[in-house]
Ligand binder design. Structure first.
Ligand SMILES: C[S@@+](CC[C@H](N)C(=O)[O-])C[C@H]1O[C@@H](n2cnc3c(N)ncnc32)[C@H](O)[C@@H]1O
Length: 431
C-alpha cells in the first residue's frame, strides 16, 4: 500500500497522485485528499490505482446522496459537492485546450445545471436477475461483468424512475436474454419529454406478450411502446428490426418556441433544460449568414433555433429516423428555409463546403474525422461553432483547425452533472 496526496483532477474525474514522478490515476479521490492506495495497473508512463483508505478528506467530498455510486460507476463525481464538480469541469476544459491546442486565454465560467439531480431524460439499462431470480433492471459493476440490481437512480428524471419501477413489476417473471437461444429481454430504454414516456424493450427473437404491452400501456404517462429485436453483439443499443407496439410512434417535446418529435433511434441530448440553454447560446453567437450548415444535426433542433440567422440552413445527419424527424419538425414548426440531408457529414459537407459561410458542428465523442477537418480548412466558412462533449477530441481538432481558424470564445455547459463529462461550445473565426 502507498500513501499519497491527490494533486489534481484527471480528465475522467479521477484524482491524480504522483509517485516517483509517475502519474497515478485513482478513481473516487479528490484533489488535496491524502489517501492510501494500491496499484492495479502499471504502464510505462502512468498507473491506475485503487483507493484503500481516505486518510484526510477534501472539504469538497460529500457522502449523503447515492449509496450505490461507487459500485455503479455511472456517476464518478457523485462523491463531490456540485460547486467543486463545476470547478473541475472548467479546469479540465482549460487544461485540454492548453495541452493540445496551445490555447491559454480565459474560458468562460461553466453554465451550471439548475437541476444537478433528476435531470436525465433517458436511460438505457441492462436487464438481469435479482437475488430472487426475478427479472429487473440494473447495471454492471464498474470494470466488471457482474450485474447489480438498481434500487434507485438519483440522476434519472422522476417519471423515468416511476415507470422503470412499474415495468420491473410487470416483467419480473419474464426471461433474461439467452445468447444461445437468442431469446429474452436484453435492455430497457426509456425516454421522457414533457412528462411523457416512451418505452423500448430490446429483446431477442421473442415477441413481447400482449399482456405485458397492455399492462405497460396502463402506466401513468406512458405514451409510446416499441420493441427492438437485437441478436448481434455489436455496440449499438438497438437492432435493425423495430416493432411499434402501442401509442404514438414518436415522443413529442417542447423546446422553447418549438415542438419536436423523436423516434427511438434518433439522438437527443439527455438533459433537456440545459440543451435549451445551450441552443439559445448557440443562436446568440451565430452571426447573420447567407448559408448555415449544421453538421451532425440529429432531429434538427439547432437548425430550427438558428433558422432566422440565415437565408438557408442545411442540416446533415446519418441516422435515417433522425433525418425523418428533422424534416417533419421543420414542417410542423412552419419553418421553410431549413432542409436536411441524410449521410456522412464529412462526405456531404465536402460537396457543399463553398456554399456555407457559417458552420455548426456537434459531432459524437470521437470528434471530427480527418476528412471533415480537411474539408472545413478548404471551405469558405467564416464562422465555425464547435459543440463538443469531449474536451480531448475537441482540443485535438482545434489544433488542426488552428491552421485557418482562431478561437474567439470557449463556453462550457454542465449537461452531465455527477459525471466527469462536460459539454463545450467554441466560437471560431477564419484568420
Ligand atoms: C452529439 S449528437 C448531436 C445532435 C444534435 N446536434 C443535437 O443537439 O441533438 C451527434 C449526432 O451526429 C450523428 N452522427 C454521428 N456520426 C455522424 C456522421 N459521420 N455523419 C453525420 N452524422 C453523424 C449522430 O447520429 C447524432 O445524431
Amino acid at each position: 500500500m502507498t500513501k499519497a496526496t491527490i494533486k489534481k483532477w484527471g480528465i475522467n474525474g479521477e484524482g491524480i497522485a504522483y509517485v516517483n514522478r509517475k502519474c497515478i490515476f485513482i478513481p473516487g479521490t479528490i484533489p488535496q485528499e491524502q489517501v492510501e492506495f494500491h496499484i492495479v495497473e502499471e504502464k510505462e508512463k502512468y498507473g491506475m490505482g485503487k483507493v484503500d483508505k481516505i486518510l484526510v478528506e477534501s472539504k469538497d467530498r460529500r457522502h449523503e446522496i447515492c449509496k450505490d455510486w461507487d459500485t455503479c460507476g455511472g456517476c464518478s463525481l457523485m462523491c463531490v459537492q456540485y460547486k467543486a464538480q463545476c470547478r473541475m469541469k472548467e479546469e479540465i476544459v482549460k487544461e485540454s485546450l492548453a495541452k493540445y491546442a496551445n490555447y491559454r486565454n480565459k474560458i468562460k465560467h461553466i453554465i451550471k445545471n439548475p437541476d444537478p439531480l433528476a435531470y436525465r431524460n433517458s436511460c438505457k439499462l441492462p436487464f438481469g436477475y435479482n437475488k430472487d431470480h426475478k427479472l429487473c433492471t440494473g447495471m454492471y459493476k464498474r470494470d466488471s461483468n457482474e450485474f447489480v440490481k438498481m434500487d434507485r437512480c438519483f440522476t434519472h428524471a422522476k417519471q423515468i424512475e416511476n415507470v422503470r419501477i412499474e415495468i420491473e413489476k410487470i416483467v419480473q417473471d419474464e426471461k433474461l436474454y439467452d445468447k444461445k437461444l437468442k431469446r429474452g429481454y436484453r435492455t430497457l430504454v426509456l425516454k421522457e419529454f414533457d412528462g411523457k414516456i416512451q418505452v423500448i424493450f430490446v429483446t431477442g427473437n421473442n415477441a413481447v406478450p400482449k399482456r405485458i404491452v397492455d399492462a405497460c400501456s396502463e402506466i401513468e404517462n406512458v405514451v409510446s411502446i416499441w420493441q427492438s429485436v437485437k441478436t448481434d453483439t455489436n455496440v449499438e443499443i438497438f437492432g435493425d428490426v423495430m416493432i411499434h407496439l402501442y401509442g404514438t410512434k414518436c415522443i413529442e417535446m417542447t423546446l422553447k418556441d418549438y415542438s419536436l418529435s423523436l423516434l427511438p433511434k434518433s439522438f437527443f441530448q439527455l438533459n433537456t433544460k440545459q440543451a435549451i440553454q445551450m441552443y439559445e447560446y448557440v443562436r446568440e453567437i451565430t452571426p447573420q449568414s447567407k448559408c448555415i450548415v449544421e453538421a451532425y444535426s440529429g432531429i434538427g433542433a439547432i437548425s430550427l433555433f438558428v433558422h432566422d440567422k440565415a437565408k438557408q440552413v442545411i442540416g446533415i445527419e446519418y441516422i435515417k429516423d433522425a433525418v425523418e424527424n428533422a424534416k417533419e419538425n421543420a414542417i410542423k414548426n412552419k419553418i421553410d428555409n431549413v432542409s436536411f440531408v441524410q449521410g456522412d457529414a464529412a462526405e456531404i459537407f465536402n460537396k457543399m463546403n463553398t456554399k456555407a459561410d457559417t458552420l455548426i458542428v456537434d459531432p459524437p465523442r470521437t470528434g471530427l474525422k480527418e476528412k471533415m477537418i480537411r474539408s472545413i480548412l478548404h471551405s469558405n466558412v467564416k464562422t465555425l461553432i464547435y459543440i463538443s462533449c469531449n474536451p480531448s477530441t475537441l482540443a485535438k481538432d482545434l489544433k488542426d483547425l488552428s491552421k485557418k481558424y482562431f478561437i474567439n470564445s470557449v463556453q462550457p455547459f454542465d449537461l452531465f452533472s455527477q459525471t466527469s463529462h462536460v459539454e463545450t461550445v467554441v466560437l471560431l473565426s477564419r484568420a
